[in-house]
Design a protein around this ligand. Structure first.
Ligand SMILES: Cc1cc2nc3c(=O)[nH]c(=O)nc-3n(C[C@H](O)[C@H](O)[C@H](O)COP(=O)(O)OP(=O)(O)OC[C@H]3O[C@@H](n4cnc5c(N)ncnc54)[C@H](O)[C@@H]3O)c2cc1C
Length: 653
C-alpha cells in the first residue's frame, strides 16, 4: 500500500434504535429497474427478488452505477424513515460473518475471513446494488455478435509493487499474475499511444471564445501547440513560458524551501498561477480540469503543493527539496506523463483488464462461490459467463445477497460481552434480519452512524466527517472509430465540456477477449465527468456535485454527449445522431474515498498519518463489529480497500 510519507514542511506536526424498531415499512417503487434502454443493448434481466437465470446486470445500459433502486432505502434511513423490525422479519439464518457491502473491500473481507476460519465458514455478503463489485463494475455491450467490455468504475491495479503483503498475496491467490499479464496484455501500453493515435485539447466557445480541437497535445514543443490554439498573444506567451521556460519563475526567493512549501500548501494551484506567477487567466482555464480525474475538483480547490508534487509546471525555479516518492502514488488514476512515470518507477506498471478491476471482483467471487462462474484464471474470467442465480443458494457456505440495503447492525445484548450481532436489511421493501458472530462494515463509512447508532458518539462524528467525491464514468458504444482515426486522436481533454475528458477504450488483449482492431470495428468510448462548483472548498464542491448528479437524468447525459461529440469531432464525418449506438452512465455520487486537503483540513492530516484523523477514529472496532472499505484508509485505492478488509477481519478474529 502506498504509505503517505512522514515529513515536516516547517509548520509543526501539526436515528436511534427505537426509530428503526417503531417505524412503518417503506414501499420501494420500481425496485432495481433503472436501465434506460437504447439501441444495441443486452436483455433486461428479471428483477424479481430471487435472481432468474437471465439476470445479467453488466449488460444493462442507461443510468447505472448508483442505479435507481439502489439508494432509496439508504436515503430514507438518512431522512429518518424506518422499518418494521419484528419477530417475523427473522429469516432464521445464522452466519459466522455478515459483510455489509460487496465491493472489493467486502469481498476481500470474506476472502480473508474464510482463509482464517477455514472452509465451511458461513458468510453472507449484502449489497444494495443489483450487481456485486461496488465501484469495480463491468459494462458489457453486444454489437453485431461482438462483445465489448469496459470498466464502469475502478480502472486499474496501480503500482502493484507497492501493494502490502496481504493485498499482494490476495491478488496472487485469486489468480492475478503480473508477469503473465505483462507478456499477454499487448504492446499498446508500452508505446503509450493506444492505436497509434495521439491526444487533443478541445477549446470550447463558452470558455475560450471559439470551438476548436487542437491535436498534438502533450507532444512536440509548446510553441507549436499554442500557435494552433484560439488564445490571445498574452495567453500563448504565458503558456509557453510556464512549460518551456519555467526556470525564470524564481518565486518566493526570500524563503527557505520549507517555508515555500508551507505557502504552497495554503494556496490553490489556480491562485498560484494567476496571483503568484501573474499568468493570464486563460492559462488557469487551460489547466482547470487537469485535477478532475485525481481529486474530482478543479485546480481552484487543490493546493499548489500537491500540483508541485505531481509535476505540474510553474515550480522549476523554486529550488524546492525533492519529495519522497511515496506521496506521488497516493492519488488514483494519474493521466499525465510524470505522474505515471513516478508511480511506475515505484510500483511497476499498472495492470488494466478489459473490464478494469471488475476482473478482481469476478475472481474473488469465483473463489468464494466456484459454481457461480466457469473460470478460475485471469484469462478465462474476462469472457466467462457469471450465473447470478447461483450467488445466493440456500445452504451454501458463502452467499452474496444483492438488492439488499442494510439498515441496522446491532449487538444482541451488551456490546462489551456480546458474541452475536443482528443485521437487518431491506429487500423488495421488506425488512429481514439475520444473525452472525461478527459483522464487517465494508460499506461507505458515512452511512455507518445511521446503521449502528450504538457506536460511541465520537466515532459516529468521525465517520460522518468525510464526503466521498462524486464522479461519473460514461461508456459510449460507437459502431466504429473512423472519426477518431481521421483526426489522429484517441483522447481529448475538454475542460469546458460536460464530460471533461474522453478516450477510446484502452485495448487489452487477454484470453479470448479481442478489443477493436481496425477503425471500422466497434469500440467503447470512455468519458469522465466530475461535477463540481469551482470557487468553493473541496468538500462543499463534492456535496454540490452529488446534488448535480442526483438531478441529472439520462436525457441530460445523452443530450450533452451527442452535442459535445458533434462539436469536438466536427472536423470528421462523425454524425452524433447515427454514430452513438448505446450509452451506459456509471454514476457514482459516492465515488472516491475522501482525501485530506491542506487548503481545508488540518495540514498534518493531509501530509502525515496521525491517529486523530477521522478515518482512524471512525474505523475503531466495536464489539463484534469491524469497519473496512477504502474510506477507512481515506485513500481511494484498490489496495486500500483490501488492506482495510484485512485489518477489519483480524480485529474480529
Ligand atoms: C470511478 C472510480 C474509479 C476508480 N478507479 C480506481 C483505480 O483505477 N484504481 C484504484 O486503485 N482505485 C480506483 N478507485 C477507487 C475505488 O474506490 C477502490 O478501488 C475500490 O473499488 C473501493 O472498494 P470498496 O469496497 O472500498 O468500496 P465500494 O466499491 O464503494 O463498495 C462498497 C459497497 O457497499 C455498498 N453499500 C453501501 N451502503 C450499504 C448498505 N447500507 N447496505 C448494503 N450495501 C451498502 C455500496 O453500494 C458498495 O457497493 C476508483 C473509484 C471510482 C469511483
Amino acid at each position: 500500500m502506498a504509505k503517505p510519507h512522514d515529513r515536516d514542511i516547517g509548520m509543526g506536526r501539526e436515528i436511534t434504535r427505537r426509530d428503526f424498531l417503531n417505524g412503518a415499512a417503506i414501499a420501494l417503487t420500481g425496485s432495481v429497474a433503472g436501465g434506460h434502454w437504447v439501441r444495441m443493448t443486452g436483455t433486461e434481466p428479471s428483477l424479481a427478488g430471487v435472481q432468474a437465470a437471465d439476470y445479467y446486470p453488466p449488460a444493462l445500459t442507461g443510468m447505472r452505477g448508483s442505479h435507481a433502486g439502489s439508494f432509496e432505502v439508504a436515503h430514507a434511513m438518512r431522512d429518518g424513515r424506518s422499518w418494521d423490525i419484528g419477530p417475523d422479519t427473522d429469516t432464521g439464518e445464522r452466519y459466522d460473518l455478515v459483510v455489509v457491502g460487496g465491493g472489493i473491500s467486502g469481498l476481500s473481507a470474506a476472502w480473508f475471513f474464510r482463509a482464517a476460519a477455514g472452509r465451511g465458514a458461513r458468510i453472507l455478503i449484502l449489497d444494495n446494488h443489483d450487481d456485486f463489485g461496488g465501484h469495480a463494475k463491468r459494462n458489457e455491450f453486444s454489437y453485431e455478435g461482438q462483445t465489448l467490455l469496459i470498466n464502469g468504475g475502478t480502472l486499474n491495479i496501480e503500482a502493484p509493487g507497492q501493494y502490502s503483503a496481504a493485498a499482494a498475496a490476495l491478488l496472487r491467490e485469486i489468480g492475478i499474475d503480473r508477469e503473465r499479464y505483462r507478456l499477454a496484455a499487448g504492446r499498446d501500453r508500452e508505446t503509450g499511444r493506444p492505436r497509434g493515435l495521439g491526444r487533443a485539447f478541445f477549446f470550447d466557445h463558452e470558455t475560450f471564445g471559439e470551438d476548436r480541437l487542437v491535436t498534438g497535445y502533450g507532444r512536440g514543443p509548446w510553441s507549436e501547440f499554442v500557435e494552433k490554439a484560439p488564445l490571445s498573444e498574452a495567453a500563448r506567451r504565458d503558456l509557453v513560458r510556464l512549460n518551456d521556460d519555467a526556470s525564470d519563475f524564481e518565486t518566493m526567493p526570500e524563503l527557505r524551501s520549507d517555508a515555500k512549501k508551507a505557502r504552497l500548501a495554503r494556496i490553490s494551484y489556480r491562485d498560484y498561477l494567476i496571483d503568484v506567477l501573474e499568468l493570464d487567466a486563460r492559462v488557469a482555464d487551460f489547466y482547470q480540469s487537469r485535477t478532475h480525474g485525481l481529486f474530482c475538483v478543479g485546480i481552484d480547490a487543490i493546493p499548489a503543493l500537491f500540483c508541485w508534487e505531481m509535476g505540474y509546471p510553474g515550480f522549476q525555479g523554486m529550488a524546492l527539496d525533492p519529495t519522497p516518492p511515496e506521496r506521488l502514488i497516493n492519488e488514483p488514476g494519474g493521466q499525465h506523463g510524470r505522474e505515471n512515470a513516478a508511480r511506475a518507477s515505484e510500483g511497476g506498471p499498472s495492470l488494466r483488464f478489459a473490464d478494469g478491476n471488475a476482473t478482481i471482483t469476478r475472481l474473488l467471487v469465483s473463489g468464494l462461490i466456484p459454481e457461480s462462474i466457469e473460470a478460475s484464471s485471469m484469462e478465462d474470467v474476462v469472457t466467462a459467463r457469471l450465473y447470478y442465480d447461483r450467488l445466493d443458494i440456500a445452504g451454501a457456505d458463502v452467499r452474496i445477497r444483492l438488492n439488499s440495503t442494510a439498515v441496522r447492525v446491532a449487538h444482541r445484548g451488551d456490546p462489551a460481552d456480546s458474541s452475536e450481532v443482528e443485521v437487518t436489511y431491506v429487500r423488495d421493501g421488506k425488512a429481514q434480519t439475520v444473525r452472525a458472530g461478527g459483522c464487517v462494515m465494508a460499506c461507505y463509512n458515512s452511512v455507518i452512524p445511521y446503521l449502528c447508532p450504538e457506536l460511541p458518539l465520537v466515532q459516529r462524528e468521525a465517520l460522518a466527517y468525510a464526503v466521498k467525491a462524486p464522479i461519473v464514468y460514461t461508456s459510449v458504444l460507437l459502431p466504429d472509430w473512423t472519426a477518431f482515426e481521421s483526426l489522429g486522436v484517441s483522447s481529448i481533454t475538454a475542460p469546458g465540456a460536460y464530460h471533461t475528458s474522453l478516450s477510446l477504450d484502452f485495448p487489452t488483449r487477454l484470453g479470448d477477449y479481442q478489443p477493436a482492431r481496425t477503425p471500422r470495428d466497434p469500440v467503447v468510448l470512455h468519458l469522465v465527468r466530475t461535477p463540481c462548483s469551482p470557487g468553493s472548498p473541496k468538500k462543499q464542491q463534492h456535496i454540490e456535485g452529488r446534488r448535480d448528479l442526483q438531478a441529472a437524468t439520462f436525457g441530460t447525459f445523452e443530450r450533452n454527449i451527442r452535442e459535445d461529440l458533434a462539436r469536438m469531432l466536427s472536423g470528421s464525418a462523425f454524425d452524433p445522431a447515427r454514430d452513438v449506438a448505446a450509452i451506459t452512465v456509471n454514476r457514482w455520487p459516492h465515488g472516491y474515498a475522501y482525501t485530506y486537503n491542506t487548503l481545508d483540513d488540518p495540514i498534518r492530516w493531509a501530509l502525515d498519518t496521525p491517529d486523530d484523523r477521522p478515518n482512524v477514529v471512525g474505523r475503531r472496532p466495536f464489539g463484534r463489529i469491524a469497519i473496512a472499505n477504502s474510506d477507512a484508509a481515506a485513500s481511494p485505492h484498490t489496495d486500500a480497500a483490501i488492506n482495510e478488509a484485512y485489518r477489519a477481519v483480524r480485529e474480529l478474529l
